[in-house]
Design a protein around this ligand. Structure first.
Ligand SMILES: Cc1cc2nc3c(=O)[nH]c(=O)nc-3n(C[C@H](O)[C@H](O)[C@H](O)COP(=O)(O)OP(=O)(O)OC[C@H]3O[C@@H](n4cnc5c(N)ncnc54)[C@H](O)[C@@H]3O)c2cc1C
Length: 303
């Protein structure tokens, strides 16, 4: 590990929870078969109040709307000052049909230039005037990432359609919900700027080092141990194997808690099967020195 000064960190058991989907494991992870990359599409839609309302105070996410059985929309607040996200938005334009979407968007800009300009004029308090509609679906779809050489010779990470049904370039039920919400708050419906070119956006970047029974099908075993690299573990979003269709942080945390609960205390025998052996269910290990004190509400209580 290196910062301004040189530091060396050593550990018997190592974990990785840095940037996932192969970026944290550049050399060997690219050589391995990833299983599936689960960068699930999640168009971010927005609607913006034009009457100076203040939406930024309070808990970020408190409720859900289910316009159909596979779509889930959460109204989200962004904190004061989180305005640069506004640069990713533009006038909402539906997809589909014969007319290219960028052309429909251009016509809208020409017909309502003041509306389009209002985003940039009011960018300094964008997060206070905006409610984000976070749209997620339970469809079994994915993006696969791959290294690509740019015209300047550098390697960048690019994406293409992965396993499963095609990723949607727009979600009609979501656009309808945002327009309804915009009417309620006397605002303007916006969507993410990439949608103009039918490029959806996701903040739920999952998969890449998925759990499997063998290195042919994934990168880590059911105890999150990297195949062929004893002591190395992956605990972050890269270890999530499928589209969970909801916000992923708690799933990532739960997987990490489960896997670390099997780690032995220093000096004790490891109760997990040896790497390469088949999976069997084992009991969590009571830590001798838990980080959370026993009297704290979040203290670990093994049944
Ligand atoms: C705008 C936005 C809003 C979101 N809202 C929600 C939400 O409301 N609820 C929810 O459940 N999820 C939400 N998510 C998704 C959630 O934040 C991620 O799924 C989750 O944080 C992924 O966790 P992770 O540990 O895999 O990676 P990260 O949280 O991205 O952690 C990676 C860490 O590794 C560090 N790192 C990267 N490279 C290196 C390196 N080379 N060396 C050392 N360290 C490195 C990074 O600095 C970072 O701290 C949101 C995501 C975004 C972008």
């Amino acid at each position: 590990m290196r910062t301004g000064i040189r530091l060396t960190a050593t550990a018997g058991l190592r974990l990785l929870a840095a940037r996932h989907a192969g970026q944290c494991l550049p050399r060997w992870a690219r050589r391995r078969r990833y299983g599936r990359d689960a960068g699930r599409t999640r168009p971010a839609l927005h609607e913006q109040s034009i009457k100076g309302a203040d939406f930024h105070t309070g808990i970020a996410i408190t409720s859900s709307i289910h316009p159909d059985d596979k779509t889930h929309i959460e109204p989200v607040r962004y904190g004061k000052g989180s305005n640069s996200m506004g640069l990713l938005t533009t006038v909402m334009t539906d997809g589909g049909g014969k007319v290219p979407r960028w052309l429909k968007w251009l016509v809208q800009l020409l017909r309502h230039p003041a509306q389009a300009a209002s985003l940039y004029v009011g960018l300094w308090d964008w997060s206070q005037r905006t409610v984000i509609a976070l749209v997620m679906q339970t469809e079994d779809n994915s993006l696969t990432l791959f290294p690509k050489r740019t015209r300047f010779g550098r390697i960048k990470l690019s994406s293409r359609q992965g396993h499963g049904v095609p990723n949607p370039t727009w979600i009609p039920a979501a656009n309808e919900a945002v327009r309804t919400l915009a009417r309620e708050i006397d605002g303007t419906p916006w969507s993410s700027i990439g949608e103009i070119l039918d490029i959806p956006m996701t903040a739920h970047f999952l998969g890449g080092c998925v759990i499997a029974e063998s290195p042919e099908r994934g990168v880590i075993d059911p105890y999150h141990r990297v195949f062929g690299h004893p002591g190395l573990h992956v605990f972050d979003g890269a270890a999530v194997s499928a589209n969970i269709g909801v916000n992923p942080s708690l799933t990532i945390t739960a997987q990490a808690e489960r896997a670390t609960a099997f780690w032995p205390n220093r000096g004790e025998a490891d109760s997990r099967p040896p790497p390469g052996a088949s999976y069997h269910r084992i009991s969590p290990v009571q830590p001798l020195k838990p980080a959370v004190p026993e009297h704290a509400p979040a203290a670990l209580r093994l049944q």
